[in-house]
Design a protein around this ligand. Structure first.
Ligand code: PMP
Length: 360
């Protein structure tokens, strides 16, 4: 069996070109006589890798000079703690709860100060994005926190919340580099790499310089301090070197494909194929509010648990893998990140049509 169509929510499909290039460079990275996995993070070769990765990311996202880019470890989860540890100067933060990841971040923040849930869509199993135009933002809030794309539920903010002048902090793990973003609207954006950007083990934090201070909560671990990491250019301790190298290759791949405008166009076309099918299907249906649909994660159900399981089983046998919905919600979910080709979605829809015909 060759490569399958991998609809995993993360770790997820990576561009074949990137994987092939990495394979070619595995034994001898550009004349160094070793793989990137084996070289010092303080070597010239690695310095070039991380510097180029940062520059390419800056170019892709149009990151202003007054923002730092940090390549860190600990996944998105460590940032659930690091964000309040570094940013809760008044000890208050407002959270918008649109899914499990926002909720986990909120719960973690409660350990460090007064974290307040100012809106939530839990009443309808997180199937929509709440109206965030006039929230009761606390006057003392150090930041307003969102999870911009909700991987499990398949929703995405189409308009950013009105933070009433407070710093916006966003988890962009599952929409990272899927479309252009105006970095200036955020104080901090971050995401785990393992969906759209690279392998697990790297988390990228993009943070405005004025938020980077020595004034952090007592007891904040040194490696969680943005000031320490920024001063050391992400090399305070050994970074996830190989992961950063792969991220760098994905950035170059994205640049070659025309950058984030081109990716957005491609992703919109790709998602439309699946959503259009779901909207007219008599068997399958999407589970979230149409206006809040994610371009990256598409959950759907048949309405019958046994049939869902049968679909996942048959799809897997046909080479469409990892379509099972998150363990907490059931049904199906197709994650169609940047590296999922159009053809993968077209073929999935063909397969779904046949399944539907066979189960009328
Ligand atoms: N945020 C979002 C939006 C996610 O989808 C995930 C995980 N898939 C996480 C946070 C948690 O990421 P990690 O496992 O890297 O901590």
């Amino acid at each position: 069996m060759g490569r399958v169509y991998n609809f995993s929510a993360g770790p997820a499909v990576l561009p074949e070109e990137v994987l092939k290039e990495a394979a070619e460079e595995m034994l001898d990275y550009r004349g160094t006589g070793m793989s990137v996995m084996e070289m010092s993070h303080r070597s010239k070769a690695f310095e070039t890798i991380i510097e180029e990765a940062e520059q390419d990311l800056r170019d892709l996202m149009n990151i202003p000079d007054n923002y730092k880019v940090l390549f860190l470890q600990g996944g998105a989860h460590l940032q659930f703690s690091a964000i309040p540890q570094n940013l809760m100067k008044n000890g208050v933060a407002d959270y918008i709860i649109t899914g499990q990841w926002a909720k986990k971040a909120f719960k973690e923040a409660q350990k460090y100060g007064k974290a307040v849930a100012v809106a939530s869509s839990e009443d309808k199993t997180f199937s929509y994005i709440p109206d965030c135009s006039d929230l009761p933002i606390d006057d003392d809030a150090d930041y307003v926190y969102i999870c911009e794309n909700n991987t499990i539920y398949g929703t995405k903010y189409k308009t950013l919340p009105n933070t009433k002048g407070k710093t916006l902090v966003a988890d962009i793990s599952s929409c990272f580099l899927s479309e252009p973003v105006d970095v200036t609207k955020y104080g901090l954006l971050y995401g785990g790499a393992q969906k759209n950007v690279g392998p697990a083990g790297v988390v990228i934090v993009i943070i405005r310089e004025d938020l980077i201070t020595e004034d952090v909560l007592p007891g904040t671990p040194t490696i969680c301090q943005y000031k320490v990491q920024a001063d050391a250019k992400s090399l305070y301790n050994t970074p996830p070197c190989y992961g950063i190298y792969i991220c760098g290759k994905v950035f170059k791949w994205l640049k070659k494909r025309g950058g984030l405008e081109a990716m957005k166009e491609y992703n919109e076309k790709k998602a439309k194929i699946l959503y259009d099918f779901l909207d007219q299907s008599k068997l399958f249906k999407g589970t979230v509010a149409k206006e809040d649909r994610s371009l990256m994660n598409v959950p759907f159900v048949t309405g019958d648990k046994d049939l869902d399981a049968e679909f996942v089983k048959e799809a897997t046998a046909a080479g469409f893998v990892n379509l099972k919905g998150h363990r907490t919600v059931g049904g199906m979910r197709a994650s169609i990140y940047n590296a999922m080709p159009m053809e993968g979605v077209e073929k999935l829809v063909e397969f779904m049509k046949k399944f539907e015909e066979a189960h009328q």
